[in-house]
Structures are given as structure tokens and as C-alpha cells.
Design a protein around this ligand. Structure first.
Ligand code: FAD
Ligand code: AMP
Length: 479
């Protein structure tokens, strides 16, 4: 038997690496097992998020957005750039360099905090032992007082569209296209489908998104979702709702996709097809038969509010457990669990204040409840909205699209949800999360002094609008 640790974390994604760093900071002897190897055969930390998720997708979204800004909008503000073009290989190179900086940073943080990085595949055995099988096939077993499982998730595949080497790909393949495909199909109008569809549409692809559901972004506040759908449509994304993909057939280097919609069976041919129909928890070869960990619905590891599994001293966090599949949710669970292990038994996280961001242009960002959820729950509420077209900074930025919306409890005025569609909405939402964590009312936000000119002022105005008092909008409350 090799070393014994206070904590062994399996998986170094944003859940696992954060848990490991926090545990080490709290004085616990900590190891983190990671099996991800990059194309050079080197173990890399950071998981899905840093290698094939949040970070690389944002690099391509930002680069492609800058291109569209320069091509279509610079002239509007007096910058003549003439004909411009893209260099996709350079964009991919930049994206890779961003990945390398981020993943290298985690390895450096492990060293700085004294986290032992174990390279290879971790398997939880009975009695809180972890067997680590290295890339050379040799294995070693370590003991721990506590184990944190943070093995993450992988893309869902669907039988009608099995992946191929280069035509039908998942989100990982879609970050690697060496040129914009002429005709690009995307199955699934979820967050990932819309972000990747936007990247390639901006770089020149004709993009069709096939979505089985009849409604667009059902988890987003309906008013915001409707506006976002309109704007994405204007940008050239052909989003077909109620279109369920039933089959695909590859011939002559193209793929014919069959789908059904309200009018019956249809087909459409693409040069590339992205399958973006969601992600599923990843537990392959992770749990020995006698490890005793209970799995629940759809393969998620069953945990309580503090991420405890049914086995004493074994925790699970991030995408492999219930809740939104988001990097920051995984990280906060990592912090909570490390704190619990270090003796802060009451550590908890607020699952009601986890922000979500869709990095389209404009961005969609929200926290808390939507109007449709509150209606279903029978909660009485009031709303205030403010259009960015009436915000001075948004106009100066030549980015007047979108709205900010605050939803407050009709009786207590406590903020129940904030929904933003705008340039940099993902940054703006942080102040709404802060307000909600402090139990703020809409009036509280209305009484705060916001810097001018900022797009944040739209949130101020939306909060004032809850009671009909927005300054820069003709909405005076009749008394
Ligand atoms: P992961 O990041 O999946 O990490 C799990 C790690 O565990 C991996 O490194 C894996 O190799 C390792 N592992 C698994 N099993 C073992 C084992 N047995 N032994 C050793 N190691 C193991 N989220 C956001 O919040 N914002 C975004 O903008 C965003 N964009 C995304 C874009 C795309 C294209 C994708 C695919 C995802 C995106 N996500 C985003 C989701 C985000 O990536 C995940 O929610 C997040 O990575 C989950 O973190 P995790 O630590 O639970 O798991
Ligand atoms: P998300 O889970 O947010 O990544 O979104 C995935 C989307 O893919 C969901 O909106 C699903 O409705 C959609 N989806 C799943 N299967 C199919 C299918 N066969 N055809 C079209 N859309 C699908």
C-alpha cells in the first residue's frame, strides 16, 4: 500500500481541482487523480471546462465575434477596415494557447499548494481506497480518510446520429473544424448548440439548428428567450423548433439528416453535423463493484445537499451529481466539501443563486426564477424591465440590443430572479447574484448609486421599474 492521504480527489476538472486546492489550503494532505492526456501525451488538469468546454468555446466565440464586429459594425462607428478575412488555423492556435495557459496554471497551483498530482485512472475501491492505474498500465492503491469523486460528464450520443471521425461530431469535434463548413447542421438548441452554431455561423457557415422541443430555451425567462431567438435568427441561425432528428446517412462526404416536424418527415443535407443534445454523468470504470456507491436517475451519483454519497467519507461533486452542469457550480461544491472535511460541518451552498450564461451575442444571463416558474409555483410577483436601447453606455458601445429584467416578490419586494440579454450580460449578472445572496429587495437595488455611464445602470433601472419608477423610461406609476 502506498501513501495515505486525508483526501483523494478523483478528477481535476473545475470541481475536482478546486476541491483539491481548497483542501490543501485547509491543511489536509491531499492528492488529485487525473487521467486526461493531451495530444502530446501529457497529463493535463482542468477537465472538460479547460480542455474542451467553457474556455476553448469562449476563445472561439470571442475571436469570431470580433471578426463580425470588424466586418459588419466597425464602419457604423467610423472605422473603415476594407475587406477582411479569417484565418481559422490561427484562431485554433490561439484557442490552444489559451487552453495550455489555463491547464498549466492548474498544475502550477497544485505544486504551490502541495497537492499531490497522481497521473492515471482512479478507481474507488471498498474502504475508501483508490486504485490509480497509470498510463503505462501499472497500478498503485492509496488509502484516504475522505474521497471526493469529481469525474464529470461526457456528451450524450443519440442513435439517429452516431459520431464519425470527421462529419458527425460532438462539441469536442466542433471546436476543431479546420475551416467553416459550408452547410452546418446542429442537433439541439441548448446552450452548447447555440454557442457552437454561433461560432461557425460567424465564420461563414450556413447553420441550421434542429431542436426537438417546440419552445426555445425553455429554462430561460420567456420574454428574454423570445428576444434572443429573434436576434439569433437575424444573425443567420436557422433555428427549427419541433424538429426531432430521426436518422442520418453519410455519402459522398456529406450527411443527410432526417427529422420530423409538425408537417411530417423531412431531410436536409449538411457538410458537417454537430450533435449537441446534452451531457451525461461519467462513471465508467470509476467504481469497484464493492465500493457501494449508489447511482440514481440517469446514472448520476446520488448525493445529499452537502454532496455526501451513501458511503461515509465519500463525496461527489460537479457534473457527476444532480444540479446544473456548470463549471462554477462544480467549483463551489468542491469548496463546500473541502470545508466540510476540514471540520466546517455546516458548510453549504445556495443552489437557488447559481447564475447561468449563454455566450451568444448578445449574451443571455440569468439567476433565480423565471416568470413561468413562478406562475407554476403560484407565487405572486411583479416585474420591471429596461431596454438597453435606452441605456447611454449601450448606445455608445453600439450594442443597444437586449433587456434587463428584475422579478420581485409582490408582497415582500425580495428579488426572485434577474434576467439579462445584452453585451457582457455574463459579467452584469454577478451583481444580481450578489444582491440575491444578500436577500436584497428591488428597492435596495433602486437605492444604490451606479456608476455612469455603465450598462449596469440597466439593472438599476429595471429594479426601479418594478415599482414603476425607472428614470429613463416613460413608465411613471399612476398614484
Ligand atoms: P469535468 O470538467 O468533466 O472534469 C472531470 C475530470 O475528471 C476530467 O478531467 C476527467 O478526465 C477526470 N476523470 C474522470 N474519471 C476519472 C477517473 N476515473 N480517474 C481520473 N480522472 C478521471 N460550463 C460553464 O459553467 N460555463 C460555460 O461557459 C460552459 N461552456 C461549456 C462549453 C462546452 C463546449 C462544454 C462541453 C461544456 C461547457 N460547460 C460550461 C460545462 C462545464 O464544462 C462542466 O459543467 C464542468 O467542466 C464540470 O466540471 P466537473 O469538474 O464536474 O467535470
Ligand atoms: P442541452 O441539454 O441544454 O445541451 O440541450 C440539448 C437539446 O437537444 C435539448 O433541447 C433537446 O431537446 C435537444 N435534442 C435531444 N435529442 C434531439 C433530437 N433527436 N433531435 C433534435 N433535438 C434533440
Amino acid at each position: 500500500m502506498a501513501d495515505k492521504f486525508d483526501v483523494i480527489v478523483i478528477g481535476a476538472g473545475p470541481g475536482g481541482y478546486v476541491a483539491a486546492i481548497r483542501a490543501a489550503q485547509l491543511g489536509l494532505k491531499t492528492a488529485c487523480v487525473e487521467k486526461w492526456v493531451n495530444k502530446e501525451g501529457k497529463t493535463v488538469h482542468g477537465g472538460t471546462c479547460l480542455n474542451v468546454g467553457c474556455i476553448p468555446s469562449k476563445a472561439l466565440l470571442e475571436s469570431s465575434h470580433k471578426f463580425v464586429e470588424a466586418r459588419d459594425h466597425f464602419a457604423e462607428v467610423g472605422i473603415e477596415v476594407g475587406d477582411i478575412s479569417t484565418n481559422v488555423s490561427k484562431m485554433l492556435e490561439f484557442k490552444q494557447s489559451v487552453i495550455a495557459k489555463n491547464t498549466g496554471g492548474i498544475s502550477m497551483l497544485f505544486k504551490a499548494n502541495g497537492v499531490t498530482a497522481l497521473e492515471g485512472s482512479g478507481k474507488l475501491l471498498a474502504g475508501k481506497k483508490v486504485e490509480v492505474t497509470g498510463h503505462d498500465g501499472a497500478s498503485e492503491t492509496y488509502e484516504a480518510d475522505n474521497v471526493i469523486i469529481a469525474s464529470g460528464s461526457v456528451p450524450v450520443n443519440i442513435p439517429p446520429a452516431p459520431l464519425t471521425d470527421d462529419i458527425i461530431v460532438d462539441s469536442t469535434g466542433a471546436l476543431e473544424f479546420t475551416e467553416a463548413p459550408k452547410r452546418l447542421g446542429v442537433i439541439g438548441a441548448g446552450v452548447i448548440g447555440l454557442e457552437l452554431g454561433s461560432v461557425w455561423s460567424r465564420l461563414g457557415s450556413e447553420v441550421t439548428v434542429l431542436e426537438a422541443l417546440d419552445s426555445f430555451l425553455p429554462m430561460v425567462d420567456a420574454q428574454v428567450a423570445k428576444e434572443a431567438q429573434k436576434l439569433l435568427g437575424k444573425q443567420g441561425l436557422d433555428i427549427k423548433l419541433g424538429a426531432k432528428v430521426t436518422g442520418s446517412n453519410i455519402s459522398n462526404g456529406e450527411v443527410e439528416v432526417s427529422y420530423t416536424d409538425s408537417e411530417g418527415e423531412k431531410t436536409q443535407t449538411f457538410d458537417k453535423l454537430i450533435v449537441a443534445v446534452g451531457r451525461k454523468p461519467y462513471t465508467e470504470k470509476l467504481l469497484a463493484d464493492d465500493a457501494g456507491i449508489a447511482l440514481g436517475e440517469r446514472g448520476f451519483i446520488t448525493v445529499d445537499d452537502q454532496c455526501r454519497t451513501n458511503v461515509d467519507g465519500v463525496y461527489a461533486i460537479g457534473d457527476v451529481v444532480r444540479g446544473p452542469m456548470l463549471a462554477h457550480k462544480a467549483s463551489e461544491e468542491g469548496v463546500m466539501v473541502a470545508d466540510i472535511i476540514a471540520g466546517h460541518s455546516k458548510a453549504q451552498m445556495n443552489y437557488d443563486a447559481i447564475p447561468s450564461v449563454i455566450y451568444t451575442a448578445p449574451e443571455v444571463a440569468f439567476v433565480g426564477k423565471t416568470e413561468q416558474q413562478l406562475k407554476e409555483e403560484g407565487v405572486e410577483y411583479k416585474t420591471g424591465s429596461f431596454p438597453f436601447s435606452a441605456n447611454g453606455r449601450a448606445l455608445a458601445n453600439n450594442a443597444p440590443e437586449g433587456i434587463a429584467k428584475v422579478i420581485a416578490d409582490a408582497n415582500t419586494d425580495r428579488i426572485l430572479g434577474v434576467h439579462i440579454l445584452s453585451q457582457h450580460a455574463g459579467e452584469l449578472i454577478a451583481q444580481a447574484v450578489t444582491a440575491m445572496e444578500f436577500g436584497a429587495s428591488a428597492e435596495d437595488i433602486g437605492l444604490i448609486c451606479f456608476a455612469h455611464p455603465t450598462t449596469s445602470e440597466a439593472i438599476h433601472e429595471a429594479a426601479l421599474a418594478v415599482d414603476g419608477h425607472a428614470i429613463h423610461m416613460a413608465n411613471r406609476k399612476k398614484r
